[in-house]
Design a protein around this ligand. Structure first.
Ligand SMILES: [Zn+2]
Length: 319
């Protein structure tokens, strides 16, 4: 029986890697084609989140106001008849954080996390559920938050459970509940789709804003169609490029708090679960080239015996 269930014992509980994310181009050709547009594609989801709230397709959204952009955002919110309430200041970071990084008053390298909505009632409900400033202390109500953000109930329930088990980045957990096939110890090959693929979100590439309960969750596809429609109306070309990125085969691999996500054009390195061993998801989109054919799993082309030999030789020489 191949190992497939990640348990709390598979994590190193004393290890916490600070948020970071890097994107490395795999070739000069890929960089030339994609670099001019990649930033705009990566920010499409966040811009669409604003539109989703403005258009009444979800009640609330999250929005960071920072010293450099608050005047622009406040004006836009005001003109669109929307409200924004602050929840918490935190230090700026790239990548994703599963908690807010502490900051000090007046720190220019910080931003204020908050909630946007079309009315104060929804915004207040979200803020209360977020356990803001000790109200409702320590009891974040993820289910209320999920409902206000328009997450499917099946996925909200899944996320609350996995979060509670310490899996704050439940990529493996959502992949293993799909139609995946184990192809090795802690290695899963699975078919998903652009709406359930959250494995590139570390850099902003996502259509939906929630973790799916499985890579073939039907409710997520329904929500995803609404998002994609909004994105296409905002910028059809960018939406097409985002779909193209989310349909690429990829290999997500996690070890010791670092996840590496390989695609045919770039590789993302980011913080994730502090696993003791390496856990790997090979993702394929329907009708697209397979990860197993297009990509070489990181490290699989390394001859470790030869590497050790070379190391020993070098060390002897240094002596
Ligand atoms: Zn679901």
């Amino acid at each position: 029986m191949m190992e497939r269930n990640m348990t709390r014992d598979d994590l190193i509980h004393s290890l916490d890697v600070l948020p970071f994310s890097r994107l490395v181009w795999n070739s000069e050709a890929a960089r030339t084609k994609w670099e001019p547009v990649i930033g705009a594609v990566a920010s499409l989801h966040d811009r669409a989140e604003y539109e989703m709230v403005r258009l009444g397709k979800r009640k609330c959204g999250t929005l960071h106001l920072a010293p450099h952009n608050f005047h622009v955002l406040i004006e836009r919110l005001k003109k669109d008849g929307m409200v924004w309430l602050p929840i918490q200041w935190s230090k700026n970071y790239s990548g994703f954080a599963h908690y807010h990084l502490p900051t000090t008053v007046g720190d220019p390298n910080s931003s204020c996390y908050g909630v946007m909505a079309r009315n104060l009632e929804d915004a207040e409900a979200f803020r209360t559920a977020s356990a803001y400033n000790g109200r409702n202390a320590g009891k974040v109500d993820h289910e209320v938050i999920g409902e206000l953000l328009g997450f499917p109930p099946c996925c909200a329930k899944f996320f609350v459970e996995e979060w509670g088990n310490g899996f704050f980045d439940p990529v493996w957990q959502s992949a293993v509940r799909g139609n995946g096939v184990m192809v090795g110890d802690r290695t899963l090959e699975v078919e998903g789709n652009v709406f359930t693929n959250q494995m590139l979100r570390y850099f902003g590439f996502r259509i939906t804003s929630h973790f799916p309960c499985s890579l073939n969750c039907e409710a997520t596809k329904e929500v995803g169609e609404v998002w994609l429609d909004v994105m296409k109306k905002m910028d059809a070309d960018l939406a097409d490029l985002l779909v193209e990125i989310l349909e690429m085969p990829l290999i997500w691999s996690c070890l010791h708090g670092i996840a590496i996500v390989e695609t045919p054009i770039f590789t993302i390195i980011t913080n994730s679960l502090p696993t003791k061993e390496s856990w790997t998801v090979m993702y394929n989109a329907p009708g697209k080239p397979k990860a197993s054919a297009e990509l070489i799993p990181l490290g699989s082309d390394v001859d470790y015996d030869k590497l050790t030999e070379a190391m020993v030789e070098q060390l002897q020489w240094r002596r």
